[in-house]
Design a protein around this ligand. Structure first.
Ligand code: ZN
Length: 188
C-alpha cells in the first residue's frame, strides 16, 4: 500500500475542507490515516484461503450455525464504516467442516476492503460454497451504515439486513426455515 500517497491525499483533503494541516493537533493525522488504511483495507491483499482449516468429521451432516460474528467494513461509496454482525449457517457434505474461529477470519478478510454489504454477503457465501462444497449455506449480515446514520437520512440505529442462500438453503424449504429460525435476530 502506498502510504506516502495516502498521507499526501489526506493533507489535501484537510486543506480542501478549510483546515490547516500544519496545526499542531493535525500534524500527525495524515500518517495516522495512512497507518489505519493499511489495517482496515488489509483484505485487499490477503488470501482468504489462508484462513481455511477444513476438518473431516464423518457422520456430521447436521446444520452448523454461528451467530454474531463481529464485522467492520468500509462503504465504498462514501469511505465511512459500516459495522454489525454476520450470521452463518451451513450443512456440511461428507463431514467436511470448517474451524469455527476461521469463519470470523474469513468474514474479516472480505470486510477489510472498500465494500458493499450486498457483495460482502454473497462473497462469503460463494467462498464457503466453493471451498467446502456444503449441501447448503446461508449468510446473513445486519449492519449499520454511518453514511446513512451520520449524514443523509440520519436514520440513527437503522440497520440493513442482507442475505445469501445457496444449495439446500435455497431449494429445500425445511432447511431454509431451520436456518432462518436459528439465525433470526434475537428479540430486542
Ligand atoms: Zn455509503
Amino acid at each position: 500500500m502506498d502510504k506516502e500517497r495516502i498521507k499526501a491525499a489526506v493533507r489535501e483533503i484537510l486543506i480542501a475542507i478549510g483546515e490547516n494541516p500544519d496545526r499542531a493537533e493535525l500534524k500527525e493525522t495524515p500518517r495516522r490515516v495512512a497507518d489505519m488504511c493499511e489495517e482496515i483495507f488489509s483484505g485487499l491483499t490477503e488470501n482468504p484461503e489462508s484462513h481455511l482449516k477444513i476438518f473431516n468429521e464423518k457422520e456430521n451432516d447436521e446444520m452448523i450455525t454461528v451467530r454474531d460474528i463481529p464485522l467492520y467494513s468500509v462503504c465504498e461509496h462514501h469511505l465511512v464504516p459500516f459495522f454489525g454482525v454476520a450470521h452463518i449457517a451451513y450443512i456440511p457434505r461428507d463431514g467436511k467442516v470448517i474451524g469455527l474461529s476461521k469463519l470470523a477470519r474469513i468474514v474479516s478478510c472480505f470486510a477489510r476492503r472498500p465494500q458493499l454489504q450486498e457483495r460482502l454477503t454473497t462473497q462469503i457465501a460463494d467462498f464457503l460454497e466453493k471451498q467446502i462444497n456444503p449441501q447448503g449455506v446461508a449468510v446473513i449480515i445486519e449492519a449499520e451504515h454511518l453514511c446513512m446514520t451520520m449524514r443523509g437520512a440520519r436514520a440513527a440505529g437503522c440497520r440493513t439486513q442482507t442475505s445469501a442462500l445457496r444449495g439446500r438453503m435455497k431449494s429445500d424449504a425445511r432447511a431454509r426455515s431451520e436456518a432462518l429460525t436459528l439465525l433470526a435476530s434475537k428479540q430486542r
